[in-house]
Ligand binder design. Structure first.
Ligand SMILES: C[S@@+](CC[C@H](N)C(=O)[O-])C[C@H]1O[C@@H](n2cnc3c(N)ncnc32)[C@H](O)[C@@H]1O
Length: 302
C-alpha cells in the first residue's frame, strides 16, 4: 500500500486545472510586459510540488473513479501503473512564451525540493527562479509580503495556491489581497478536504469549529452549510444539500471584498462527476477579472 502524499501521483483531472492556469498566465504576462510602469511581474507557486507527477492509471476502474483520490491521506491498493508523467504547475509557468521576470516556488517537502532544484537547472539562466523550502504561509509572509524588495506600486504578482487541503487560512488570503497588486488562483478543496469536516449532524468539537473559522476567516460558514428545520421530532439542524456550492459562492463573495474582483468558482470533478475542488481567481483588476471569468467558465456548473 502507498499513500498519496508520499508517492505524489495525480488524477487525470489535474490536466484541467493546469490548462486553466496556463491560459490565464499567458494572458497575464502578455498584458504586463507592455506596461512600462511595471518593473517586475512575479509568479509564485505556493505549493509547487516536484515539477512533475506520475499520472494515476488504474487497472481497476472503480479505484480510478474514486471521488477521494485527491485526498491527502487516502491510502490505496497498489493496483495501478504510474508510468506516464504530467508536468506540474512550475513547468506550466516556466514554459509560457512571455516569461515572468521572476519565479518563486515554495515547497516544504525535502525530496520535492531536490527535484525542483534539478528541474530549475534544466532551464539554466533562461529563467530567474527562487526555490524556497518551508511552510507556505510563513514563506509568503517573509519573502513576499514583508520583503522590502517588492514595491507593490511598481510590481505585480500572481500566486497559484494549490494545496492538498486547508493549509491556507483566510488571514493569508486576505493579506495577499491587501497589497492590491497580487492576484491569486486558488484551489478551494471543498470536496477533497472541507466537506469531510462538516458532518450531516452539524455537531462539532470546539477545536474543529475553530479550525473552520480560522480557514474561512469568519464563523458564518455555519449558516452557509446548515439550516434549522422543524420536523416530527421538533427543531433539527440539517446540512444543506448544496452546501459545497454554497460555500464556494460565499467564498467568492469574500474574495471580492478582499481583492476587488473575483471569478465564479469552476468546479473540478473526477471522471464520474464527483466534486473534488473549486478553482477561483481573485485580483484587483477588471481586465484580469474578465479574462479569468472566460478561462474558468468552461465546465462551470454553478
Ligand atoms: C497538490 S500538490 C501541488 C501540485 C502542484 N501545484 C502542481 O500542480 O504540480 C501540493 C504540494 O504542497 C506541498 N505542501 C503541503 N503542505 C505544505 C505547506 N504547508 N507548505 C508548503 N508546501 C506544502 C506538498 O508537499 C505538495 O508537494
Amino acid at each position: 500500500m502507498t499513500s498519496y502524499v508520499t508517492d505524489g501521483t495525480v488524477g487525470p483531472w489535474a490536466r484541467e486545472k493546469l490548462d486553466c492556469l496556463d491560459k490565464y498566465l499567458r494572458a497575464y504576462t502578455t498584458i504586463l510586459q507592455k506596461q512600462r510602469w511595471c518593473k517586475a511581474f512575479i509568479y509564485v507557486d505556493v505549493f509547487a510540488g516536484s515539477g512533475k507527477a506520475p499520472l494515476r492509471q488504474y487497472k481497476n476502474q472503480a479505484d480510478y473513479q474514486h471521488p477521494l483520490l485527491d485526498v491527502a491521506d487516502f491510502v490505496r491498493e497498489q493496483e495501478q501503473e504510474t508510468e506516464i508523467y504530467i508536468h506540474g504547475s512550475p513547468k506550466v509557468a516556466l514554459d509560457i512564451q512571455i516569461p515572468f521576470t521572476e519565479y518563486i516556488f515554495i515547497e516544504k517537502d525535502t525530496q520535492r525540493i531536490s527535484e525542483l532544484e534539478a528541474f530549475r537547472r534544466s532551464y539554466g539562466d533562461k529563467r530567474k527562479v527562487a526555490i524556497l523550502q518551508g511552510e507556505a504561509n510563513e514563506q509568503l509572509q517573509q519573502n513576499l509580503l514583508n520583503n522590502t524588495k517588492y514595491n507593490w506600486k511598481k510590481c505585480r504578482a500572481i500566486a497559484f495556491i494549490d494545496p492538498f487541503g486547508m493549509q491556507v487560512p483566510w488571514k493569508t488570503i486576505h493579506g495577499l489581497g491587501q497589497t492590491k497588486a497580487i492576484e491569486i488562483i486558488l484551489n478551494l478543496p471543498v470536496g477533497m478536504a472541507i466537506q469531510r469536516l462538516l458532518p450531516k449532524s452539524g455537531q462539532f468539537s470546539e477545536e474543529r469549529n475553530l479550525m473552520l473559522t480560522d480557514y474561512f476567516g469568519s464563523s458564518d460558514w455555519e449558516k452557509i452549510v446548515y439550516e434549522d428545520q422543524t420536523g416530527l421530532f421538533g427543531e433539527q439542524r440539517i446540512k444543506k444539500k448544496d452546501a459545497g456550492q454554497q460555500l464556494a459562492k460565499w467564498y467568492q463573495r469574500r474574495l471580492k471584498q478582499a481583492y476587488g474582483y473575483s471569478s465564479k468558482p469552476r468546479l473540478i470533478t473526477n471522471t464520474q462527476g464527483s466534486h473534488l475542488y473549486y478553482l477561483l481567481w481573485a485580483g484587483p483588476n477588471q481586465t484580469g477579472a474578465k479574462i479569468a471569468s472566460e478561462v474558468l467558465k468552461q465546465g462551470e456548473v454553478i
